[in-house]
Ligand binder design. Structure first.
Ligand code: AVI
Length: 395
């Protein structure tokens, strides 16, 4: 919604949301008349339709002025880029990396509906210490984090409206009285869940979900809006060595002077702890990793046979990362029905589906200095298994 003062007086108190079913230039408005206004009668809610031109101001103030025109309301409080096709890129990504030597996949393909559910299960596994540990750090230090980052807006990369984000939002409201919360995610379902949770737990918070890839989302945020960007869960560990510096350079360039970044990062530790975290006794991680082939089969009409593959993971000490593979049990001729593309997946050949890197927090702080991100504070747990790092954009 636009800021109150920018709404024409006769539209205040009215909810505006575009209708796209065949009528892209019209906005549906809703208005509830409270009893006093209605002379003591019962509240009345009615809706009416106005031309879009009446609401040039209907994109929220979180967007940079030059980006506003590109965003449209997908549904109430959820925004997407006009004409963006979030499905086009996955196909190209899958095909190019599967033909690489050795074959590999980008980790974001793991998150179809089933993959997201499996990841939720992983977060609760006894071996998967990451979520619990990061949550405990945030619970303990949220007050300090928010005090050090005097912002009006929290942008979260990933829609995970988790217990972890709650600690930050609670403190933000306690210390500032109001806030904007803008999660960025390619999953509309994830954003809806986030919206529902924020609405019920924090009605005072202005919610704007951005249905977009991370870089499209954070690059659209107004640099004049004091913002804390939050990237938790050690998702940076899933970036390879070329994506990693590119990501931080782009993020830093999108941040305004005085903006902050809160980063969750897993740490280098005992190999057994790491290997157990990524090869749990219930086999949920194996299912999560191999499920990507069901997703690819659906996207590209492929014929990967799940009973012809097994999961294998290992810690690579040189690269300080866990590597998660699918291994062919027997040779398989892989075909994609819609495109003229096929390859032989040889017996015992591995496809690298995901990496999870572990970090040295001091090295990470030093590295990000070269992206104009200055270290503000480092929070960790008593075992020093996980780090939450606060950075400030330096101009
Ligand atoms: C989302 N990401 C940070 C998780 C991780 O730990 O790398 C995904 C995951 N893969 C296997 N288990 C969890």
């Amino acid at each position: 919604m636009p800021s109150k003062s920018r709404i024409p007086a006769r539209l205040r108190g009215i909810h505006l949301y575009p209708i796209f079913a065949g009528e892209p230039n019209w906005i549906q408005c809703e208005r509830s008349i409270i009893p006093e206004e209605a002379n003591g009668s019962i509240p009345v809610r009615f809706s009416f339709i106005v031309p879009q031109a009446m609401t040039q101001e209907n994109t929220p103030t979180i967007f940079a002025a030059e980006k506003r025109a590109h965003w449209r309301a997908l549904e109430p409080e959820i925004w997407s880029i006009q004409g963006a096709d979030l499905d086009a890129v996955p196909t190209q990504s899958i095909l190019t990396t599967l033909w690489d030597q050795p074959r590999w996949l980008e980790a974001y393909h793991l998150y179809d509906q089933r993959g997201s559910e499996l990841f939720e299960q992983i977060c609760g596994l006894p071996e998967y210490y990451l979520t619990r540990t990061e949550n405990a750090i945030l619970e303990t230090h949220a007050r300090d984090i928010i005090a050090r980052a005097p912002v009006r807006c929290i942008v979260e990369l990933g829609a995970g409206y988790s217990k972890k984000t709650v600690h930050l939002l609670t403190e933000q409201l306690r210390q500032r009285g109001s806030s904007i919360f803008a999660p960025i995610d390619v999953s509309a379902a994830g954003l809806r869940a986030s919206r529902a949770a924020v609405r019920s737990a924090f009605p005072e918070i202005q919610f704007h979900g951005l249905h977009a890839r991370y870089e499209e989302g954070f690059s659209a945020i107004d640099k004049n809006l004091p913002t804390l960007f939050v990237f938790l869960g050690s998702t940076i560990g899933n970036f390879n060595h070329s994506d990693f510096p590119r990501f931080f350079r782009t993020l830093s360039a999108a941040m305004g002077p005085g903006d902050f970044l809160l980063l969750g990062a897993d740490r280098v530790k005992d190999v057994k702890v790491l290997e157990d975290a990524y090869n749990d006794s219930r086999g949920v991680t194996a299912e999560f990793i191999l499920n990507v082939f069901d997703h690819i089969n659906r996207l590209l009409h492929g014929n990967f046979a799940r009973d012809n593959m097994r999961y294998s993971s290992r810690y690579n000490p040189e690269w300080q990362r866990i590597e998660m593979y699918a291994v062919a049990r027997a040779r398989q001729d892989i075909r994609f029905a819609d495109i003229d593309a096929a390859f032989q997946w040889q017996k015992d050949e591995k496809i690298l589906v995901e990496i999870s890197r572990q970090f040295d927090p001091l090295r990470l702080q030093e590295q990000l200095r070269f992206c104009d991100l200055g270290a503000v504070e480092h929070f960790t747990d008593p075992r020093e298994w996980f780090s939450v790092l606060l950075f400030k954009k330096e101009s």
